[in-house]
Design a protein around this ligand. Structure first.
Ligand code: LFR
Length: 478
């Protein structure tokens, strides 16, 4: 019969896409309908997401899909973690949500940490304290904008916000909330105690739903505007990392780690429950929820962001380089003479990365890269070394030996990064799928619609999408 048709809307920190998925009961196929930039805007010295433009682009994608295909059954949005918008009591969006790289949290850090020390935050929530976390942002909003207490009725995490704009339904999906630093790790519910000590009203948080919940339908007026019929709105694994991990074609979950490569690199393993101990805290690990309720023990590494910003700099200087060209130059450059810690705060905000990398090398008394190729190679090798270091710590934390690493996400198109990771970790890499978040998004929708048994998802991905294996070449070691 007719395949089931669904739309995945996957919003990353630098671009978004509307993907059409078709499932005929055997194979899942995906088609990119619309891709758009996600460019944050700085206004009045604060960094914001352009949500109206993003919603406009989503609509453009849906309209384009509807022109070619009828009977689009459902849609679901996944986004990066931690960010949110406010809705007032009339259902209106209050203002353009802040970007997690906005610096307003810095001034409130010590006040927050005086009330709830970082180690206690970790022990309660399983989340690694970080200035970008929802809890830091929300606390700063409450301190710096007292009027909010009177106007903000509901807080919607980014994907929940888009689901609300599509359906009119306000919900709090658990995977995205598990990035907030506000959920109690054990119960998965907002921590009443934490909220109270920070003076934040629990009433801001709408009804919680698990990943894979049909929350409503596209609003009638929007159906008309978009030229679509009735379409379900599904709260999927709405955190992009949760979606990406839902797409991993595990051969055997035991001994398998993952690296999700996008703007960020997320390095971790699925575990049955949160792993909360002093070492995990010290090593900088965090615990987030997966689709199906299991736990993801992982570390956030500032990933290809550094390369993206580097590329942006060169482009602004009138010397743009394609990705292919970047990889070619980095290969030709040979092994890097220096290394950076990608998680150094120096690389956390937008700016002139080539200059900051030189600065870092100067401070650490290393050779400064002289050519573009050397600089790119330094970034990629530094990432691979930090993956390797993180995987060793994962082994120490879990007591498991990692035998295979699944790399997923757009970053795996950089085959030099995959090969360097195989070489430096000495482990086999299975790379794929590339469109991991979109594919995971579609899988969760299929499960929510009762069309797929979640235990079969890995097989479906294996049948449907090519994976590439990289073997360690040997010779390179840490
Ligand atoms: C990846 C990601 C990470 C999250 C970071 C910031 O896109 O969602 O999981 O920690 O973005 O939100």
């Amino acid at each position: 019969g007719e395949p089931i048709k669904l739309l995945a809307i996957d919003l990353g920190a630098s671009s978004g896409r509307v993907i059409l998925g078709k499932y005929d009961g055997i194979v899942l196929s995906v088609e990119e309908i619309h891709r758009f930039d996600n460019t944050p805007v700085s206004i009045l010295e604060h960094l914001h997401w352009d949500v109206l433009r993003l919603f406009h682009e989503m609509k453009t994608g849906i309209r384009a899909a509807a022109r070619e295909h009828d009977q689009l059954r459902s849609l679901s949005v996944d986004t990066w973690g931690v960010d949110y918008g406010f809705i007032d009591d009339g259902g209106r969006l209050l203002y353009s949500p802040h970007h997690y790289r906005d610096q307003r949290t810095v001034a409130c850090r010590s006040e927050l940490e005086g009330r709830v020390p970082p180690a206690e935050q970790f022990n309660r929530t399983g989340n690694q304290p970080a200035l970008i976390n929802t809890v830091y942002q929300l606390f700063a909003d409450w301190q710096q904008n007292p009027a909010l207490a009177g106007t903000a009725d509901t807080l919607l995490m980014m994907p929940d916000l888009f689901h609300y704009l599509f359906s009119g339904i306000k919900a709090a999906e658990t995977t995205i909330w598990s990035t907030s630093g506000l959920l109690d790790a054990a119960s998965g519910k907002p921590s009443a105690e934490l909220l109270e000590r920070l003076g934040l009203p629990a009433a801001l948080i709408p009804q919680q739903v698990p990943a894979g919940t049909v929350i409503g339908q596209v609003l009638p007026a929007l159906q008309e505007e978009l030229g679509i019929g009735p379409m379900k709105v599904i709260s999927g694994a709405s955190h992009d990392t949760a979606s990406a991990v839902a797409s991993i074609p595990y051969v055997n979950k035991e001994g398998a780690a993952f690296i999700s490569c996008g703007t960020w690199s997320l390095v971790g393993m699925e575990t049955s429950g949160p792993v909360i101990n002093d070492k995990g805290y010290e090593f900088g690990f965090t615990n987030e929820r997966c689709f199906g309720g299991t736990n993801r023990l992982l570390k956030n590494i500032t990933g290809l962001w550094i390369l993206q910003e580097t590329g942006r700099c060169w482009q602004e200087a009138g010397e743009p380089l394609s990705h292919i060209e970047m990889v070619r130059l980095a290969k030709a450059a040979g092994p890097a003479m220096a290394r950076i810690d990608p998680n150094d705060p120096l690389f956390g905000t937008p700016g002139d990365m080539p200059e900051r990398i030189s600065q870092y090398c100067r401070w650490t008394q290393q050779q400064i890269p002289q050519t573009k190729g050397e600089l790119i190679r330094l970034i990629l090798e530094s990432l691979a070394f930090s993956y390797s270091d993180t995987l060793k710590k994962l082994e120490e934390l879990t007591g498991e030996r990692i035998s295979v690493i699944h790399m997923v996400g757009g970053g795996i198109q950089n085959e030099l990064l995959c090969q360097l990771t195989a070489d430096i970790t000495g482990r086999e890499i299975i790379a794929g799928p590339v469109e991991a978040s979109s594919i995971g998004n579609l899988i969760v929708q299929l499960v929510a619609l009762g069309k797929l048994d979640s235990a079969r998802a890995g097989e479906l991905v294996t049948r449907s999408f090519p994976c590439r294996s990289y073997q360690p070449a040997g010779g390179i070691s840490q």
